[in-house]
Design a protein around this ligand. Structure first.
Ligand SMILES: C[S@@+](CC[C@H](N)C(=O)[O-])C[C@H]1O[C@@H](n2cnc3c(N)ncnc32)[C@H](O)[C@@H]1O
Length: 202
């Protein structure tokens, strides 16, 4: 199927998370995220001692899993409420840092990370080209970019049913990764209680 005109970020105009509803969302994102976090570790082959940037980390479940493995982690999110919940739940400290920022402007030094991952977030990115340029900038040579999204049937569905990717969207994102200089780009589908779609780019 043609991926022409399929964008990976159909929720780029989401107003963002704040206030009481943002707090409820942040607390909600503490549950049911372990499978995606474990899949992220498996697919990215994240190792103890490697450096990870979790882009759109939310309240930090996947960042916590990575830290528990022994990785050094920077969690980045634009929503202050997400970072507040992450700090309360997981604390900060050696090897675990929470920073306000966006995929399009990462508060991370050049060549810092071996892995950049973004879970359930690309569908919200404001500007995929800028975000991919940022991922390239913060990744050390040979670094890996991993994106995971929940599979949805219809990006125009209402409510949470539209938050994720249809089966065409990983291919569209993979094509953009290649345009940004990633040489090896693989799309995957992962069965489970929720079907997850992935793009791994190196
Ligand atoms: C559905 S939550 C996922 C949180 C976490 N990654 C997880 O899997 O539990 C989406 C997150 O993306 C963040 N987000 C939205 N736009 C973003 C952007 N342009 N750059 C980085 N993160 C963004 C939101 O603030 C929110 O925390």
């Amino acid at each position: 199927m043609s991926t022409h005109h399929v964008v990976p970020n159909h929720h780029s105009h989401h107003p963002g998370f704040s206030g009481v509803s943002g707090l409820l969302a942040a607390v909600g994102f503490l549950s049911g995220r372990d499978n995606a976090a474990k899949l992220a570790i498996e697919l990215s082959k994240l190792q103890s001692g490697e450096r990870l940037v979790d882009v759109g980390c939310g309240p930090g479940v996947a960042a916590h899993h990575a830290r528990a493995l022994g990785a050094e982690v920077i969690g980045v999110d634009p929503a202050a409420v997400m970072l507040r919940v992450a700090r309360v739940r997981w604390r900060s400290g050696a090897g675990l840092d929470w920073r306000k920022g966006t995929a399009e402007s990462l508060p991370v030094d050049d060549n810092w990370a071996q892995v950049v991952w973004s879970l359930a977030t690309v569908h919200h990115w404001a500007d995929v080209d800028r975000a991919l340029a940022e991922a390239r900038r913060v990744l050390a040579p040979g670094g890996r970019l991993l994106v995971i999204e929940r599979r949805i049937d219809d990006m125009n569905a209402s409510g949470t049913a539209s938050h994720g990717w249809t089966v065409e969207q990983p291919e569209a994102f993979a094509a953009l990764c290649r345009q940004h200089g990633f040489a090896n780009v693989a799309v995957g589908t992962h069965a489970g209680p929720t079907t997850l779609l992935s793009v791994l780019a190196q």
